[in-house]
Design a binder for this molecule. Sequence first.
Ligand SMILES: NC(=O)c1ccc[n+]([C@@H]2O[C@H](COP(=O)([O-])OP(=O)(O)OC[C@H]3O[C@@H](n4cnc5c(N)ncnc54)[C@H](OP(=O)(O)O)[C@@H]3O)[C@@H](O)[C@H]2O)c1
Length: 239
Amino acid sequence: MMLHDKVAVVTGASRGLGAHFAHQLIDRGAHVFGLARSQDALNDLHDELGERFHPVVCDVTNEQAVTDAFTHVTDTAGQLDVLINNAGFGQFGAVDELSTEAWDQQQATNVRGVFLCSRAAVAPMKAQNKAEGFGGHIVNIASIAGLVGNPNISAYNTSKYAVRGFSQALMKELRDDGIKVTCIYPGSTETNFSNVAGSSIAPNPMQPEDVAGTVLHVIEGPDNYLISEVVMRPLRPRG
Ligand SMILES: NC(=O)c1ccc[n+]([C@@H]2O[C@H](COP(=O)([O-])OP(=O)(O)OC[C@H]3O[C@@H](n4cnc5c(N)ncnc54)[C@H](OP(=O)(O)O)[C@@H]3O)[C@@H](O)[C@H]2O)c1
């Protein structure tokens, strides 16, 4: 997809990977509606990126907020070409010490949020496919934790395995509607993720701009060419 004047929604845009996706989409001439809960951080990003960045305060676990956000996008921009489901966090801890609330919040953000945003994007993308012959592209940010289970991250593993299953199903469900679905599996990346999770990051993580560069490459592929999955790792995680 040529990104100039295309319209993208990036969830979790207020910092980390999401802010880098927004940056690189705007560098290529796209308009980006950036969703997150932190209004101040979104406004700061608007100051940095300019008028092509549209801040939208939205908690992706909240069904009405997601509906309102996507209605705002389609009413304002009249199109929706790219959705990057990136909002997420790591709820780490031993299974016998995980509260039910912590488990539910992990699945609500990382799984329900992906479902709600994807569902909201599919209707306008299907309409675009009917009108123009190409619907759009949904990119889901899973994790290597969606491919390999590990101790003390069972809630996070569960959420990212779910994103993987959802992505594979949607990829086959939507391809004949001209909608691409790609699932991305990054390893350790230098963002605020490990601070939120209360974990330590690999000593030599990937850089978020490199992960974003690969995702942009995937989105920019020819229309009849779908990269459905990408796994990314630091070459020397321990340095
Ligand atoms: N960094 C890594 O090592 C790594 C590796 C593999 C996969 N990932 C995945 O990459 C994605 C982005 O993480 P990151 O590394 O960039 O972490 P980050 O720096 O902590 O950013 C997380 C983003 O998600 C947003 N967010 C969290 N809960 C939200 C909610 N309920 N509604 C809307 N936005 C929400 C946050 O914004 P607000 O707080 O303002 O809402 C923030 O913008 C996540 O899905 C994560 O699982 C990260």
